[in-house]
Write a new protein. Sequence first.
Length: 323
Amino acid sequence: MSTPDTTILKAEIDKLRALLAIVQGQATVPSAKSSVIWNPAAPMSYSNVFKTWTEVYDQIVLANGAIEVLCAAEQNCTIQTRPSELTSTYDVMGASFGVWGAASGGTTLSLLDNTTILNPSQFDGQILVDCQAASVPNISFDFPAGFDRQVVLANGAQIQGDGTLEPIDIPDNGTLSLICYRGGGLGNYGVAPVKVEAVGIFNLYALVGAKFPSLHINGAPVVSGTGTFNLFYDASLDTGGDPLITPANWYDGNPPAGIFTGTYNAIPIDNAAYLNPSQGPTASRPTGALTGQMYFDTTLAAGAGKPIWWNGATWVDATGTPA
């Protein structure tokens, strides 16, 4: 019998205590927000602007994950552990992360070695997700057998491994589909950001201007492990003269530590058909969609919109729930 994750249990206990306080009349029910701004440099928290991760996470819980967290431009937004805990896991329940304001110098979302976010759905805008993992993955997902989790990297968003352990670990019987477009991509600044275990599956979609890949950066791979890696690509995509990246040219000379040695499949797709139309109201969802095709439904989330995917039978959100 496996030992339960005490940090996740602690989060659930905190939620139950908050609900109990409301039921007993000891607290009022605040209204959930559709988006918040996380600005560590703000003089104080006010309205929908918050200084600390603790305050931001409270808003995520209140919105049950139906929220966009906008990290202030030029700031380093660091996810910190709860007081008195050595490690912390925060279930963000499908929340998305983006950038607020012009970010000429970039914005960094730092995930330190002792912190993990569970179940994010999207990173959007000029945001660098800096994962400094050394002992536990920084980004995790619920991976019941046969479940397919989708995550979007869009408009310049980058996830990089900046530690000694892969910050995203796809376990056996888990599938992660990473959809990169408009500059979204992966980077290796110390370790491959994605590891695929023996019976895990990693689907990488390189679409419309994806910062693709950089599957090979200075001899450093961005995918490691022994599972299955499916690369869906558009042959017309500008990838620096090499539209089809193969394992043979992921490294120069001898393979470095952490190289991917599993099953690799390069699968061409019709980029235009995959993304067109890419957004609109519920009534305009595309017909004849490809399995895995993304659509940003502007009707959902009370008009704020949210990304959904066609799973071959129905449209689902990032949690796999029909939408």
